[in-house]
Design a binder for this molecule. Sequence first.
Ligand code: DC
Length: 232
Amino acid sequence: MSTGVAPFIAIDGPVGSGKTAVGRVLADRLGHMFLDTGVMYRAVTYLALQKQIALSDPDALVRLASSSGMELTGGPGEECRVIVRSGDVTDHLRSPEVDRSVSAVSAVSGVREVLVGLQREIAAKGQIVMVGRDIGTVVMSGAGLKIYLDASVEERARRRHAQLQESGTDIAYDTVLEDLRRRDDLDSSREVAPLKRAADAVDLTTDDLGIDEVVDRLEELARGPGFSGTGA
Ligand code: DC
């Protein structure tokens, strides 16, 4: 059986499961590229809000996604920036307005088609850790290692609340918890590519684990024997 590092690693899970923090550190340790696909849905949402495009108009949202000229910069170990025609939008993607609206945008199948196409182009460039909701089920269904990270809704709300406080957004814990439940519901119940664990994913619950402990476990899996995945 061949040994090596899994070249394509898909990490899926709900908001606050730790997938972005964990995925980034794992990618650094392995020397892989890292792509947080959530930022792409967030960028389309930010542009829609800026251009006052109705979130209930799927055709306009698809046109916006296809004409955005979205590019992601940053190789292994570098910060990922999201560039669109109007410039670098990275610093605008985590606002409460974008948080509130992004589920609606990511439920539009045409928007997903455009972004999944871009994600596969990026994966074709080399070894990558990609995180999102449908990476193991749709985007890289042939990935050699698929992880499904989860944590209780209360723990995820606590993490998100702490992040928001740190970035200067003063918002009540109960509001964060309620918003998270609403987004979980929207992400898992939408018709196209809902949040769902792939049948062959490894489950990891992160309630009582720190980032390093989760990454240690994933690194062990990634360096394990017999990877045959080819990505998409
Ligand atoms: O992971 P995040 O919170 O940044 O994701 C933002 C939104 O985008 C969330 O509503 C789920 C959606 N998303 C998705 O539908 N598919 C992905 N691959 C990544 C994110």
